[in-house]
Design a protein around this ligand. Sequence first.
Ligand code: APR
Length: 315
Amino acid sequence: MEIRKPFVAIIGAGQVGATTAQRILEKNIADVVLFDVVEGMPQGKALDLMEAAPLEGHDRRAIGTNDYKDLQGAEIVVVTAGLPRKPGMSREDLLALNAKIVTDVCSNIKRYAPESKILLVTNPLDLMTYLARRVTGFPSKRVFGMAGVLDTARMRFFIADRLGLVPKDVEAVVLGGHGDLMVPVSSRTKAGGRPSKEKIPPGELSKIEQRTRDGGAEIVALLKTGSAYYAPASSVCEMVRCVLRDEHKILPVCAYAQGEYGIKDIYFGVPAELGAGGVERIIEIPLDPEEEKGLRLSAQKVRQGVAELEKLLPS
Ligand code: APR
């Protein structure tokens, strides 16, 4: 089967990777190349997805592969390869194991798809995105990560659920590193067009903020084997569509900060415009002093993580 450009390559055909492939095909966004190191598995999943096409009514194509050569010509490569968390593990606990996998994956992306954009999903997200840039040497705007779209979607759902609203009528912003210190920006949340603060008492709003920070762990604890994948796949799909259609939509993106919010030289969750070139622009929004303080703390934690990561890498 001939894959047509512009296409998306997905590395790691596990829960997040395969669900992302399904969403990209069934929302009619692009053709998909699904890669995994496990023989037969990506081929089987791609075939299964194609057999659903007559029923889902799309004309997209997918192939599965164990050969990195099939990445040639990819517009955007989504990296989901790596281990997910087990109950009780933090995303940082995955660092050494996933750093090895992401290094191998990104060396191959550099070799076979040197013009592509890379969208990281593997955790710990901010550090794996930093690593992807370091390994490929790609311009920073072409390497970015998915976290904020997911964290924001979680917060939007929790607020909508509390108020009995349709989730898409709630706006929220979650910034910072994709970890326990992420910063739900409550001053910017709106429910049904009004500030959430007007509708939800402060104590309850801070519980929603905490549930947002713990959103990933809540699912890990329930699933017991593996981590979330439906909402992560929807989040990736949203970002991929923005890039392929050059939408210039502003989303919370794990992007390379170069002085914005007083933060420099790390990958970190910030609002950014996504378009055909990747991260077209980081946007600075006003924050209240508590939120600013939270962002600084979160940046400090990511910086510590980068130092840990650097110790594992050849200089
Ligand atoms: N190259 C390519 N694929 C690999 C490699 C490698 N070197 N090593 C592992 N994989 C594949 C596995 O074979 C598996 O199919 O990555 C896939 C990971 O899938 P799952 O175990 O189902 O994990 P998933 O839930 O999809 O999460 C993947 O995303 O959200 C993050 O924390 C999560 O880091 C984790 C990643």
